[in-house]
Design a protein around this ligand. Structure first.
Ligand code: SPM
Length: 340
């Protein structure tokens, strides 16, 4: 007998996903034995007897699975499918279009790094723009910096914001900071309208480049980011996995090297619930006061005592900041060749 809310499928094998060849969108083909509710709603890659498996053409031939205790929310916004479930070992999980965005247990490793790698690399950041990041976790981290005066966020999907506030209050707490202004809309259009040199830092907390975030990985977007930054300003953008997406990373590095005339670096963090267990960041600075990302000049108070955010840092520290830029040889070779 199934517990309420637990999606139970038959004992089945999972076929490889079928890629939509026109737009590269994920299209999962389940077996005939797929649970009816799952296949009808198409809110997840696949659930096999009480498990969520993350299947995508972006990581063919593999799928990390989490045991599902209960589905808490399933909805379809104007942009994507949104799901929240209670896992048995990683707390609540936010899933967009079948791809895990965060879990309560390991979100710190992503949100703290994507935020503090850039903000601890420049002195006295005051104005920050977050593109994406609708769950509010990056806002929570930006708010730890007492020098910050203004935090703009542009998130395209109101449903992500609402669901995060409802189910992930310790993440969405970032919205409570009075320095935050929320803009619900398209980040690409928002950036185009930003006056030149407005921000000290831009943080691009995007989903993967299939679906609503696709343009956030393209050259015109990086050009808009560079224009929105002051001289010596910094950008940190979600830049995928060296194990899975070296082709995407190569493209990002090439574009960034052409656009950002300061420094261009790739860093990474471990996130057990992301495919391959890691994810990278592209960190760049514009021409102006030099930025040495590998040696943070603006250390953050480790116990958070100067912050209104009362939960202490769980992952980030100055040592892991510098270590994040050390790359395995195979990745270093490719990235450095593109970064020249
Ligand atoms: N604030 C958290 C939002 C997470 N944004 C990034 C999600 C990336 C998910 N896909 C990871 C795939 C790694 N190749």
């Amino acid at each position: 007998m199934a517990e309420e809310g637990v999606v139970v499928g038959s004992d089945l094998g999972v076929k490889r996903p079928r890629e939509n060849e026109e737009n590269g969108a994920s299209s999962v083909v389940s077996t005939e034995a797929m649970d009816t509710e799952t296949s009808t709603n198409n809110h997840m890659s696949s659930v096999i007897p009480g498990w969520f498996s993350e299947i995508s053409p972006m990581w063919p031939g593999e799928a990390h699975s989490l045991k599902v205790e209960k589905i808490l929310f399933q909805g379809k916004s104007d942009f994507q499918n949104v799901m929240v479930f209670q896992s048995s070992t990683y707390g609540k999980v936010l899933v967009l279009d079948g791809v895990i965005q965060l879990t309560e247990r390991d979100e710190c490793a992503y949100q703290e790094m994507i935020t503090h790698l850039p903000l601890c690399s420049i002195p006295n950041p005051k104005k920050v723009l977050v593109i994406g990041g609708g769950d509010g976790g990056v806002l929570r981290e930006v708010a730890r910096h007492s020098s910050i005066e203004k935090i703009d966020i542009c998130e395209i999907d109101q449903m992500v914001i609402d669901v995060s506030k409802q189910f992930f209050p310790e993440v969405a707490v970032g919205y409570d900071d009075p320095r935050v202004t929320l803009h619900v809309g398209d980040g690409v259009a928002f950036l185009k309208a930003v006056p030149e040199g407005t921000y000290d830092a831009v943080i691009v907390d995007s989903s993967d480049p299939i679906g609503p975030a696709q343009e956030l990985f393209e050259k015109p977007f990086f050009e808009s980011v560079a224009k929105a930054l002051r001289p010596g300003g910094v950008v940190c953008t979600q830049a995928e996995s060296i194990w899975l997406h070296m082709n995407i990373i190569e493209g990002i590095v090439e574009n960034c090297r052409q656009i950002f005339k300061g420094s261009v670096n790739y860093a990474w963090t471990t996130v057990p619930t992301y495919p391959s267990g890691m994810i990278g960041f592209m960190l760049c600075s514009t021409e102006g006061p030099p930025v040495d990302f590998k040696h943070p000049v603006n250390p953050i108070d480790a116990d958070g005592s100067q912050s209104k955010i009362k939960v202490p840092l769980k992952f980030y520290n100055s040592e892991i900041h510098s270590a994040a830029f050390c790359l395995p040889s195979f990745a270093k070779k490719v990235i450095e060749s593109k970064a020249k």
